[in-house]
Design a protein around this ligand. Sequence first.
Ligand code: AMP
Length: 307
Amino acid sequence: MKLLVVGSVAFDAIETPFGKTDKILGGAATYIGITSSILGVKSGIVSVVGGDFPQEHLDMFTGREVNIEGIEIIKEGKTFFWSGRYHNDLNTRDTLATEVNVLENFDPKIPDSMQDAEILLLGNLHPGVQLSVLEKMNNRPKLVILDTMNFWMDCAWDILMEMIAKTDVITINDEEARQLSGEYSLVKAAKKIHAMGPEYVIIKKGEHGALLFHDQKVFAIPALPLEEVFDPTGAGDTFAGGFAAYLAKKGKFDFDTMKSALIVGSAMASFTVEKFGTERIEEVNESDMFTRLRQFKELTTFDVELQ
Ligand code: AMP
């Protein structure tokens, strides 16, 4: 087990300018698990679902060699449900419903088979739950990656600070970085977030790519310009999944490896947005991934002659 993922496994109902879905498979850990399997990295999920969660989704995970021993099924409970509507620019969305259901009293249990994970990826959940996972690990994983959102800044600030202090890599979007740091400039924001604990700060900028900050260094990547952007749900989680799985594959956690991991994360996220929910990322194979990585290389490599 290389990568331990703790996060939501959910039902989502999504509306975009192009259409809407009924309840479909969603959740941060879902996108992350699928993405790591495309990279051939064995991951394990710790989460909770209700008795209404279909066996076929669980089979989808096991078919991809994602270890689901850590997905607790509460038979009499209902699975977490989230619903959102995107605006015309697809960069902003309104949350229409969040039914926490079984996630409300989520008490993560780490199976023995996952205790030796090298990387712990904590998907967006209550920071108290995230912290409890770290406390339940027999040994601290080599790398702790944290995803969080503005909601927790509003209602669980102190415990979020405690969690951030124990984090190696934080992934956060631009507006959230501004809220967390009180700085408009993302460079200043990253410095302040470094000072809170994480050695590596990743700021996601949606269709404008992402920034990686470490020490005095910064690395920037664009997002792949796509013809079809259909539904951005899960793009951030797919990004985190691709990023973490690449690091797990390489077994190295230095700045240069993280730069490549950022590219892999972005390339994988570019698939997710092409169809509703997990539909597109579930179709992707290793060769699709390589093709897209080559496109990324072409997009970002250039020579400049000064004379
Ligand atoms: P993203 O588009 O990357 O922000 O992630 C969307 C996924 O996050 C959806 O599949 C939702 O099921 C899940 N999600 C939304 N809100 C929450 C929440 N409060 N806690 C856990 N997961 C959530």
